[in-house]
Design a protein around this ligand. Structure first.
Ligand code: HEC
Length: 129
């Protein structure tokens, strides 16, 4: 009879131990660290081939990139100024460095860019907004 009691109390202990503490410790794991190379929300602009040719031929690419500041402002930044294509053509022929006070080297006027090409480039810049 004594033996039975011992067995029973062990059983009781066992049940208590199992049902009591179901501590689920894995549910609150810290998220993995953010990937530093994740690109930001602004997608890179791809320059169409014909425009790229004009930019290259007229030396614009020496100082400009569509997405990044080089010697001159990124074309996406220029687009934010809300110029008309005609204004941009004018600025290609007669730049106004005072519009971009943060740039040390001013843009040189490029009067030799054919108007038609300048206008194509200008229309493209305006379209980047
Ligand atoms: C020698 C370097 C250089 C070259 C070449 C160059 N740019 Fe620039 N560009 C700049 C700099 C620097 C600025 C900003 C300061 C300024 O306007 O002088 C600028 C500004 C501009 C702006 C903004 C003008 C404004 O006032 O908001 C446009 C548009 C532009 N460039 C287009 C062009 C195009 C198109 C070409 C090629 C036909 C070209 N640039 C060639 C350096 C250059």
């Amino acid at each position: 009879m004594k033996k039975v009691t011992i067995v029973l109390s062990f059983a009781a202990l066992f049940i208590a131990a199992c049902s009591g503490g179901s501590t689920n410790s894995n549910s609150t794991e810290t998220p993995t660290t953010l990937d530093a190379t994740t690109p930001d929300a602004t997608a890179e602009i791809e320059v169409p081939a014909d425009i790229n040719e004009l930019l290259s031929k007229n030396t614009c690419l020496t100082c400009h990139n569509a997405n990044e500041k080089v010697v001159g402002p990124a074309y996406v930044e220029v687009a934010k100024r809300n110029y008309t294509p005609e204004q941009i053509v004018e600025l290609i022929y007669k730049p106004k460095p005072s519009n971009w006070p943060d740039y040390q080297t001013p843009m040189i006027g490029l009067p030799n860019v054919p108007k038609e090409e300048a206008l194509k480039i200008a229309n493209w810049i305006v379209s980047l907004k």
